[in-house]
Write a protein that binds this ligand. Structure first.
Ligand code: HEM
Length: 511
């Protein structure tokens, strides 16, 4: 006789019993542990964002997603986020697309996440899912041992490059100067800065420049175009998650293929170069011109890792520096007093190109760049995901002053843009561009344009040197600046970084 099949009611009963057993087990293990952590640390619940009440919002959190999307399209996402913190407090919890998102502008919390409890936090899965198809596994997309390995591999090169290969960089700055009309007609400096940093980054990383600022016969724009589009797709995927993969441009796969093929060509050359080196002398060999790839092949021969690291650094370093330069020149075009003061500092060089040591001495220029990164952080927001149950020192309770328990898998986002405009840290004039505030300002974790802790930006000195050098050289070449955009206010344009939507349209008068 055939065995009797279980009836539907038996299956349902079995499922319910299984669920109850799992729930009891979970309560006795994870739940008990969590309650103990909450009790022992005096944690209070995080304040919920009260604008999004109701069971539908509790369940799926669509409203805030739609609002953010709209603000993103209208180029007001950063400002609306800032106002949300002002309305609800410095740490809030929002339900968004079925998950809880914690958000903060509290320096103590960021210090905990980035430094004191660094090991409790990883990059969010969404970031990895978005970045890996283009960048591969590299410093920007990995955690734990893999990240540590990347960081160790790359760090020595940054110590050396801090000094900056200014002679090579000068060649690109000269091309930039040549691309600016000398009759005072309008030019968009932002466009030129993005080309400058692509040219200099490819030269620094691969040993060969895209030369996009050069007369067109020697330039390679295809790589820059494909890389830009791939970057836009990464940005969309970071914001929209897996849903955005359905709306990707049809050119995405071709672009990624082209970008990888382009870099692989240099990787192969680098590996051939490696073969020419006597293994023992490899480390000692020094070249006139610094090429990142040549240093990398001395440390590894894995072509995929080399390609990934090169792309990771290209992404990390190129737009960021171009955005910093653009935002700086946007302000310079509007502030004649700051322009004059900076001109007089630059004038002390007597028209000579600056050395690395001289750049370091230019106090006012540094203040201008610091202020620019405060008001317009080019990485305006960021996030981490808790990989274990953990406790933050602040953020709990209605006043946000009590410790806060954060369950594993929770994403914590922060806005450097909003935090760096907090009036309780920077004063009532926090929204104004005032480099002289840096005469006395010595901020801690409330100023985080380069992040902090073990994952602090590796290219900080590199970027500041490039931005300083370019600014000095342009100021030496041009004595007057005039803004040519009807005085429009700075409007955010968030890609992977953040820059002004309307570019930097100016007229420049040669010295
Ligand atoms: C104004 C210019 C720059 C700004 C504001 C900036 C900002 C940042 C920030 C906020 C991070 C942390 C990202 C995160 O952990 O989620 C970061 C990481 C990084 N940056 Fe920069 N960056 C700049 C320029 C550069 C340049 C020029 C390079 C290289 C040439 C570079 C290389 C890196 C690398 C390799 C990391 C990853 C560090 C790690 O995860 O260990 N950055 N940068």
């Amino acid at each position: 006789m055939a065995p009797e099949l279980p009836s539907l009611s038996h299956i349902l009963l079995g499922a319910v019993l299984l669920f109850i057993s799992y729930y009891i087990y979970w309560q006795l293990t994870v739940g008990t542990n969590r309650r103990r952590m909450i009790r022992e640390n005096g944690c209070k619940p995080v304040k919920k964002n009260s604008e999004y009440n109701g069971w539908i919002e509790e369940l799926i959190g669509i409203k805030v997603f739609r609002e953010n999307r709209k603000a993103f399209i209208q180029h007001t996402l950063l400002q609306s986020g800032l106002e949300r913190f002002q309305r609800h407090g410095n740490t809030i919890k929002t339900r968004i697309l079925g998950s809880d998102l914690y958000q903060t502008v509290e320096p103590e919390i960021l210090k905990t996440v980035m430094a004191t409890k660094f090991k409790d936090w990883n990059l969010p899965d969404r970031r990895k899912d978005a970045f890996v198809p283009v960048l591969g596994q590299g410093i920007f997309t990995t955690d734990g041992a893999a990240w540590h390995h990347s960081r160790e591999l790359l760090r020595p090169n940054f110590t050396r490059s801090q000094v900056g290969d200014l002679a090579t960089f000068e060649a690109h700055v000269s091309q930039l100067v040549s691309a600016i009309p000398r009759d005072g007609s309008t030019v968009d400096l932002q466009d030129l800065f993005f080309r400058l940093t692509m040219d200099s980054a490819t030269e620094f990383l691969f040993g060969e420049s895209t030369n996009s600022l050069a007369p067109s016969n020697t330039s390679n724009t295809r790589f820059a175009e494909a890389f830009n589009r791939s970057q836009e797709a990464i940005g969309e995927a970071s914001r929209g998650g897996w849903l955005s993969t359905f709306f990707r441009e049809s050119s995405f796969h071709d672009d990624v293929k082209y970008v990888h093929g382009f870099v692989d060509h240099f990787v192969q050359r680098g590996l051939n170069y490696r073969k020419t080196l006597d293994a023992e002398k490899a480390e000692a060999k020094s070249e006139e011109r610094y090429v990142f790839l040549h240093e990398l092949v001395k440390a590894t021969s894995d072509p995929v890792q080399i390609r990934s690291e090169l792309l990771n650094i290209l992404l990390a370093g190129r737009d960021t520096t171009a955005s910093l330069l653009s935002n700086t020149w946007f302000e310079l075009s509007r502030k004649p007093d700051i322009w004059e003061r900076l001109q007089s500092e630059v004038g002390k060089l007597g028209g000579e190109v600056p050395t690395y040591a001289q750049i370091k001495e230019m106090k006012y220029l540094r203040q201008v760049l610091n202020e620019c990164l405060r008001l317009y952080p080019v990485v305006p927001g960021n996030a981490r995901m808790a990989i274990v149950d953990t406790v933050l020192p602040l953020g709990g309770g209605d006043d946000g002053k009590s410790p806060l328990f954060v369950p594993a898998k929770t994403t914590l986002g922060w806005s450097a843009f909003a935090m760096q405009r907090r009036k309780d840290f920077y004063g009532e004039d926090a929204d104004e561009f005032k480099p002289e505030r840096w005469d006395t300002l010595r901020p801690g974790w409330e100023y985080l344009p380069f992040n902090g802790g073990p994952r602090i930006c590796l290219g900080q000195q590199f970027a500041l040197t490039e931005a300083s050098y370019t600014t000095i050289r342009l100021m030496q070449e041009f004595s007057k600046i005039e803004q040519r955009d009807d005085g429009r206010p700075w409007t955010e344009w968030i890609t992977l970084t953040c820059v002004g939507l309307n570019g930097v349209k100016v007229g420049l008068t040669p010295s």
